[in-house]
Design a protein around this ligand. Sequence first.
Ligand SMILES: [Zn+2]
Length: 319
Amino acid sequence: MVRAAGKAQKQVDAQKHKCLVPGCKSEAIGSHSQQRRGQLKVIARDGCVYAVEKNFYKAIKRPRRRFASKYKVFPTSVASVFAGYCSKHDAQLFAPVEKAPLERDDPLQACLLFLRSNSYEYLQKRRVRQWISMFLSETQDQLSIASRNSFVARLGGMDVYLSHDAPFYFRKIFTALERQSFIEFESAWVVVPARLPVSTSCCMSPLMHSHIQYMESRPGIIQPNVSFSIVPTRDETHIVVTWLREHSSLASWFREALADPVELEMMLNQLAFGETEDTCISPDFWETLSMQDQELLAQAAGYTRYAERPAPVPRVIRL
Ligand SMILES: [Zn+2]
């Protein structure tokens, strides 16, 4: 089984991807969903951060003695990398969020943060999809019927996202960028006057744990999705949530939540650790956490939105 996982991983790693910009035929390079020389650099120690292992083979092979080993040290050159854009588009598209400082409520920057999170999500799902289908064909009858069915169900869900939801979001984003009109986007944006020890760029449902229930009663609709970005700089941290205006009634609660200091602290911890596996953590911070907190955070990173309740997350980030 482990050999099949390794073989599937090798095939996934060898895959080449085209740039996501409509019409571009160039090959995608390794882009960062979290800027290496920006937000990752300010939380890194000796050029490294803690992040969740995304290599399926290593994740299967690793002995599961402790959950906390799920977070491993990675060089910032590797953390948050995805093959989304050719070198020309990677530099051009994201220059307004990489070459210029973030300005609260800037609509272009909010849209680009949304694009970056969506691009990373899309490539991640595509990799997982490839891995599962290769793993299934490698393992054939070695898997129990129950595990095979659960993999097949995951494939089905991913196919819907990859062929239906993701193209819809990309169309909205690239049209807005082309027209430089961001009327279809909204965001909640706060700036904390301190450098937080975490950085993230991810997508999540504004419905959190009622997402599945919501979708089950509305088959065929586009899944509502917000991007959640924590961008620490040298002396402050930007926390930005972006969504489509048509999802305003589902997502605008983020505005009130982020504006309230008590709620903001709670949300930050919950979202950064309980709703995503994409958070990068400063080693100086992670290594001072108790073993118990590290365990809880790592367990939370494995939580799925199929769980009825959100993952229990200790409040380790203090504002
Ligand atoms: Zn390109």
